[in-house]
Design a protein around this ligand. Structure first.
Ligand SMILES: *[C@@H]1O[C@H](CO)[C@@H](O)[C@H](O)[C@H]1NC(C)=O
Ligand SMILES: *[C@@H]1O[C@H](CO)[C@@H](O)[C@H](O)[C@H]1NC(C)=O
Ligand SMILES: *[C@@H]1O[C@H](CO)[C@@H](O)[C@H](O)[C@H]1NC(C)=O
Ligand SMILES: *[C@@H]1O[C@H](CO)[C@@H](O)[C@H](O)[C@H]1NC(C)=O
Length: 407
């Protein structure tokens, strides 16, 4: 729908031009405001304003779903710890005594378009017969668990696979023939921790950007929708190799070794992952790969192991967040690699970006903090993962809008 269809609609009712004059005047005013304030962006802004005049038919193509505000939502979360039996204990913040529930009463509102609230039935209908695979670390898993709770409102899924370490999982929604799974990986590419003679870990890793991590490489050919993410394992000494050649090291500080910045490290890894997906010969023709951008942590007054905490109880506003933070830089280097693959490649696979970084920078109130039942790690707060229910549930709302755009 665009403004011409509104005009047509109006003329059917034989409205005279003079009755339209106020609207035209408003349009012209909006045009001049947006043109002079945001000259580069003026076309998008005008489209956004048109949305005001039409039925709330979501027209996401004209709208950046990652730009907006968290606005109050009286209804609260769609599920609770009593309606969703699969919430992992460590994300069940209310069970572990989180006193403040205000974090449940917000919804993500993108600028200039209406994001419908999550509809489990519509989602399951959209993905009927398909397999969705979350590729990544425990934050990817966190997202999958959130989607699982949301979809369980419509159909109880069957737990069909769990490995010994409970890292790779498969759930099946029989009525909709939909498979939801996770493929655990820390770095997307192959990575191993260096161990001491007595087999204890050193916290130092070697990764090989020429070799995709085994589990997800193996799972990819069955996948219709791959949600790809990585991030939180990179903040440590990591030697980066390309086959037999050692390229350098992140956070090593060795005089005899090339230092690689975190940003450069992400480039190497994401470029390798997207190349693999794009060139995957035995994958499905209509495979869709979604980059879920970096999910920020919110440790304040210290880091995760020096008493840092995240005790805030309400979201930040967009002007309160640092748009140039290192989180946003990581996001940018991830997106750039995806754009690069799309630019240079002849094979045109479908890629999309689930851009959550800015959205979640505004939610320092959404983490478990000390309420995660941490028996053996008392004193350590979790300001990286997200409570369930909680603001991470919005990721699936945005994901659904993205999938609608692609199909
Ligand atoms: C759900 O949260 C409440 C606190 O709001 C807690 O008392 C209860 O034990 C929790 N139930 C489950 C099943 O986790
Ligand atoms: C293993 O060796 C390291 C140093 O070599 C030592 O600090 C650590 O305590 C040892 N751990 C065990 C479980 O023996
Ligand atoms: C760099 O120096 C460290 C110790 O200073 C040594 O263990 C390592 O083998 C050296 N690496 C290379 C590539 O020379
Ligand atoms: C950090 O410290 C300041 C000053 O002591 C305090 O006001 C604030 O609440 C602390 N932040 C968190 C998240 O605990």
């Amino acid at each position: 729908m665009d403004s011409s269809s509104i005009l047509r609609g109006k003329s059917k009712k034989k409205t005279s031009l003079s009755a339209l004059a106020p609207y035209l005047l408003l349009c012209i005013t909006l045009f001049s405001i947006t043109f002079f304030l945001f000259p580069q962006n003026s076309l998008n802004s005008i489209n956004d304003h048109n949305v005001l005049y039409v039925e709330p038919q979501p027209n996401f193509k004209d709208c950046d779903l990652s730009k907006g505000q968290w606005i109050p939502e009286e209804r609260g979360s769609l599920y609770s710890n009593s309606t969703c039996p699969t919430i992992p204990d460590s994300k069940n913040c209310l069970k572990h005594g989180r006193p403040n529930r205000d974090f449940l009463f917000w919804r993500w509102k993108p600028e200039g378009c209406k994001l419908p609230s999550f509809n489990p039935k519509a989602f399951l209908d959209l993905v009927r017969g398909k397999e969705m695979n979350f590729i990544g670390d425990s934050v990817a898993r966190n997202h999958m668990e959130s989607l699982l709770c949301l979809l369980s409102m419509e159909e109880t899924p069957k737990d069909i696979y769990k490995d010994a370490e409970d890292r790779n999982r498969i759930w099946y929604f029989r009525d909709h023939d939909f498979t939801l799974s996770t493929s655990w990986t820390k770095f997307l590419v192959a990575g191993f921790e260096r161990t001491r003679a007595n087999k204890t870990g050193t916290g130092i890793y070697d990764i090989d950007v020429d070799k995709i991590d085994e589990q997800w490489a193996k799972d990819l050919p069955n996948t219709d929708i791959a949600i790809v993410s990585a991030g939180h394992w990179f903040f440590r000494p990591i030697y980066i190799h390309r086959g037999d050649e050692t390229i350098g090291c992140i956070f090593c500080n060795l005089p005899n070794m090339t230092q690689i910045s975190l940003k450069e490290g992400f480039k190497l890894v994401f470029s390798a992952a997207f190349k693999h997906i794009n060139g995957c010969h035995n994958c499905k023709d209509n495979l869709v790969a979604v980059l879920r951008t970096y999910s920020p942590s919110h440790f304040e007054n210290g880091t995760w192991n020096t008493g840092g905490a995240c005790g805030r109880t309400i979201p930040l506003r967009v002007n309160d967040i640092n748009q140039k933070s290192s989180d946003m830089e990581i996001r940018r280097s991830q997106i750039e690699q995806l754009e690069e693959i799309k630019r240079v490649s002849l094979i045109k696979r479908k890629f999309a970006v689930l851009d959550v970084t800015r959205v979640m920078l505004m939610r320092p109130d959404g983490h478990p903090n000390s309420y995660w039942g941490n028996k053996w790690m008392k004193g350590f707060n979790d300001c990286t993962h997200w409570c369930l229910p909680g603001p991470i549930d919005a990721w699936s709302e945005v994901l659904m809008a993205l999938l609608r755009q692609l199909w």
